[in-house]
Write a protein that binds this ligand. Structure first.
Ligand code: ADP
Length: 486
């Protein structure tokens, strides 16, 4: 599929250190999850080269932070333009190595690029403050300065957007960055870095360390006293390890971790709208996003209608290679992901759930990493999905009677990223919206992401917010200047 790139020079396979492409001694194979075929091999760096990347970012920091905000803004704007000019090629890379359908991949490019555009604008608004003085001969200023060298560790499920969501605010604020992209999807990261180079980003401002030694590279990034901020998107399990490793150097952390999003449908909901919202929130990227619904709770009065209409909707969704026309559900990223979905289905069925549609892996299709979009009725809160994020195309639907019962079930998890509900009663909308323990709540909508809003979770879903005017704060330190003797 990569021979289809209109601009073949976007296929970069070396790492980027201090403005130079670096092949390294070892290579790492990248595969297409739909076919299992090898796509390319990329530089496979280790702890030593990670240290070099940090050094390059340190060297670039004084020059980059001294640029005017407008200069930084203009470079980001050029980068944004290039990302959008190459939307199709970037989408092909995303589909090739990540598996999501091409139309969805094009959407990710636009979404990912929107952070670069947004922070090009925000770069110009990192304003300081002058405070009322507490003595007549003093004047009090607050500067907002870049935090310094930043590290970003990103997942495979949004190989482009998770990089720009971290890198764009960092470099807008005047920081320099070392990125370690997921080992499964390094090609998109490298193409994004190539476009940053073409936009004129100075050497060392953005460094990309591709590696399958995530633990080794991660350790160097965490332990470095020169790295002042770590932003991570991935599992809660790895987030805990990183937080612990960052404790000795008191690093500032942004963590966007696992979710286990509930989706509540109340008796007063518009059921047809809820079905559409449910489909969109469940099956994007074959259920492999951290804000995908993991479990549905539907009130007694509309339960049967919802299950029947939702299953009918799901049955229309075509499974296959993301490059093929009409495909809505691509492969899962790895064989282990298929096994996990199967485990959750088997556990639910063993405990009394009923398969309404789907329920099986599709081992004979392509790479064998496909799973039928599945709907389970008569699910209960004692099943595995209620505790663990399935991260696949499984929709278990639990029946409930009272609003309180639904809220309690929704909140009975250590996670708190996204949640969704459908209702029309205004008092209920406020009550439930306020009661759900989540960083983000979709009310009568199934898709909520945008560069304009603060994305992030509560509880063990993470720390900090990305995007919006708040997103840049993670990369800025306040400095108080007290001027005396005036
Ligand atoms: P996912 O379930 O999305 O694969 P992970 O948390 O395993 O989530 O991976 C997200 C990112 O974290 C990837 O870039 C991966 O390489 C990296 N990663 C995994 N384990 C570690 C680790 N011990 N230290 C640092 N990074 C890690």
């Amino acid at each position: 599929p990569l021979s289809l790139l209109a601009d073949a020079s976007l296929l970069k396979t070396d790492a980027l250190l201090g403005g130079r492409w670096f092949a390294g001694g070892q290579r790492l194979d990248v595969h297409d999850p739909a076919t299992g075929h090898k796509l390319a091999d990329v530089a496979n760096l280790g702890p030593q080269e990670t240290q070099r990347a940090i050094d390059a970012a340190r060297e670039a920091l004084p020059g980059w932070s001294a640029r005017t905000a407008k200069e930084r803004s203009q470079l980001l704007r050029k980068w944004f333009n290039l990302l959008m000019q190459h939307q199709d090629d970037l989408a092909r890379l995303i589909t090739a190595e990540g598996g999501k359908p091409l139309a969805e991949a094009r959407g990710e490019v636009a979404y990912g690029a929107s952070f670069v555009e947004w922070f090009a604008e925000e770069a110009k608004r990192v304003n300081g403050e002058v405070l009322p003085h507490f003595q007549p001969d003093r004047r009090l200023l607050v500067l907002r300065q870049p935090i310094g060298v930043c590290a970003a560790i990103t997942p495979w499920n949004f190989p482009l957007a998770m990089i720009t969501r971290k890198v764009a605010p960092a470099i807008a604020a005047g920081c320099t960055v070392v990125v370690k992209p997921a080992e499964l999807t390094p090609l998109t990261a490298l193409a994004v870095a190539e476009l940053a180079q073409r936009a004129g980003l100075p050497a060392g401002v953005l460094n990309v360390v591709t590696s399958d030694d995530a633990a080794g590279v991660g350790r160097v990034l965490c332990e470095s006293a020169h790295v002042r901020h770590l932003s991570f998107t991935g599992s809660t399990e790895v987030g805990r390890i990183l937080m612990e490793q960052c404790a000795p150097t008191i690093k500032k952390l942004s963590l966007e971790l696992g979710g286990n999003a509930p989706f509540l449908v109340f008796d007063d909901a518009d059921v047809d709208a809820a079905v559409e919202g449910a489909f969109a929130s469940k099956y994007r990227n074959a259920g492999q996003t951290c804000v995908c619904t993991n479990r549905f709770y539907v009130q007694d009065g509309v339960y049967d209608e919802f299950v029947q209409k939702f299953a009918a909707r799901v049955q229309q969704a075509q499974v296959g290679n993301g490059f093929d026309d009409g495909v809505l559900i691509g492969p899962l990223i790895e064989k282990a992901a298929v096994d996990k979905v199967q485990r959750h289905v088997d556990d639910a069925v063993a405990k009394g759930a009923r398969i309404v549609t789907g329920g099986k892996a599709l081992p004979d299709l392509g790479s064998g990493q496909f799973f039928e979009p599945t709907v389970l009725a008569d699910a209960t809160t004692g099943m595995l999905f209620a505790r663990e994020e399935t991260f696949g195309p499984l929709a278990p639907i639990v029946r409930f009677k009272t609003e309180q019962e639904a809220i309690a079930a929704a909140n009975a998890t250590e996670f708190g990223l996204a949640s969704y509900f459908y209702a029309r009663d205004m008092a209920r909308i406020f009550r439930v919206g306020e009661a759900l323990e989540a960083g983000m709540v979709g009310v009568n909508v199934g898709l909520i992401s945008s560069e304009q809003v603060p994305f992030g979770g509560v509880k063990q879903s993470g720390l900090g917010r990305e995007g919006s005017s708040h997103g840049i704060e993670e990369y800025v330190e306040l400095k108080y200047l007290c001027l005396g003797g005036l």
